[in-house]
Design a binder for this molecule. Structure first.
Ligand code: PLP
Length: 408
């Protein structure tokens, strides 16, 4: 039937080259372990880029998916459905938000957020108030609007002309924001911890200052919690640990525990600007996605699970420090909860990709956040022993990277 071997080589033959996946093909996973076509085992510290918050193939998520699969798959938004209504109720009960818009990915959630911010200001203050301020190194997705609000030119270069009315200031620099913000600003957009940009947390004082500046200028504060949300920091959403509330918040990644879903959450004050017919998505609020997401949220939004995130982080940090005491390769360990960034020392800058490949050869999946920072975003319920076993593999990879760097 299928005449060709299905392997990594086939990727280069039939896929657009925008990705360069590792040289093996995973075929199954369970918890924080994954196996490839040759049945090699991997410990997963990547978590599908902060998506698989309950690990792979969690029984409760499988059960929710199977149950919904036998009932109803899709309707479109000409009709509403029970899983979407239940999930929206649970999200609004659990957060600052009063209203939810569902979509299928992070970029779509941000696209909705930025459009809503513009529309709200247009409706309430007129067309002149349309400027969006975001931060250098910020990441908000790969649509044209979201790469334009994102603060890394490399994701935008070659795709211009970009949408206008967007400017960037340095992260954690309140004076810079104060100088840039004006009554023409409709929104300030930020990640509570810049994820792709290098795992850089916002200073608590900075966040409070941003909120105040937004209030002074009638600008909406948009939190992109696509990477930091759904338990990642040990809070259901990171803003809950920061003493401020946004006006709009986006969630995706872990929200579906591995099933694609995105959500934009906002208040009763702002939501009316997305009146009937102003925005939409065919798949948004899909019953399968919402059923899985509801099961994931039920499990994650529990004090015991959330409180345990700090304990798991402590094991990660302890093991990383042990490796560093022996090999002196890390400059800084950053992040919060189970969003962990490890900056390599200056002499190893640029070695992130080599590190990833070396780790994979040892049987460990990790991520990067730029060329100099290793990133880990594992399952929130990764067994303690898997953390320690994975760290032993990371140390082996580290030894190889150091030897290769010394030989070069
Ligand atoms: C991953 C991510 C996005 C984009 O999400 P997609 O589902 O890939 O579109 C946006 N913002 C942040 C902070 C992210 O980490």
């Amino acid at each position: 039937m299928f005449k060709q071997p299905v392997n990594r080589a086939l990727f280069d033959e039939v896929m657009v080259p925008n990705y360069n996946p590792q040289q093996m093909v995973p075929v199954r996973g369970r918890g924080s372990r994954v196996w490839d076509q040759e049945d090699n085992e991997y410990i997963d510290f990547a978590g599908g880029i902060a998506v698989n918050a309950l690990g792979h193939v969690h029984p409760a998520l499988v059960a929710a998916l199977k149950e919904q699969a036998d009932k109803l798959w899709h309707l479109s938004n000409t009709f509403t459905n029970e899983p979407a209504l239940r999930l929206a109720k649970k999200l609004t009960d659990a957060t600052f938000a009063d209203k939810v818009f569902f979509c299928n990915s992070g970029a779509e959630a941000n696209e909705a957020a930025f459009k809503l911010a513009r529309k709200y200001s247009y409706d309430n203050f007129g067309p002149e108030k349309n400027e969006i301020i975001a931060f250098y190194q910020g990441f908000h997705g790969r649509t044209l609007f979201t790469v334009s609000v994102g603060g890394q030119t490399k994701y935008r270069e070659g795709f211009e002309p970009a949408p206008g009315g967007i400017s960037h200031v340095p992260f954690n620099d309140l004076a810079a924001l104060k100088a840039a913000i004006s009554d023409k600003t409709c929104a300030v957009v930020m990640e509570p911890i810049q994820g792709e940009g290098g795992v850089i947390p916002a200073d608590p004082e900075f966040v409070k200052g941003v909120r105040e500046l937004c209030d002074q200028h009638d600008a909406l504060l948009v939190f992109d919690e696509i990477q930091t949300g759904v338990g990642r920091t040990g809070h259901l959403y990171a803003y809950m640990g920061m003493g401020v509330e946004p006006d709009i918040m986006t969630s995706a990644k872990a929200l579906g525990g591995g099933f694609p879903i995105g959500a934009m959450l906002t208040t009763d004050k702002v939501a009316p600007s997305f009146g009937f017919g102003t925005h939409g998505s065919t798949y948004g609020g899909n019953p399968l996605a919402c059923a899985v997401s509801e099961a994931a949220l039920d499990l994650i939004n529990q004090p015991e699970l959330l409180n345990n995130v700090a304990n798991k982080r402590a094991i990660f940090v302890e093991e990383l420090e042990k490796i560093n005491t022996k090999h002196q390769i890390f400059k800084e360990i950053r992040g919060d909860g189970l969003l962990i960034g490890v900056e390599l020392i200056d002499s190893l800058h640029g070695q992130g990709a080599a590190f990833l490949a070396a780790a994979r050869e040892e049987g460990l999946m990790i991520l990067m956040a730029g060329p100099n920072v290793l990133r880990m975003a594992p399952s929130l319920i990764i067994p303690d022993q898997d953390i320690r076993d994975g760290m032993a593999l990371l140390e082996k990879a580290a030894v190889k990277i150091v030897a290769a760097a010394a030989a070069a």
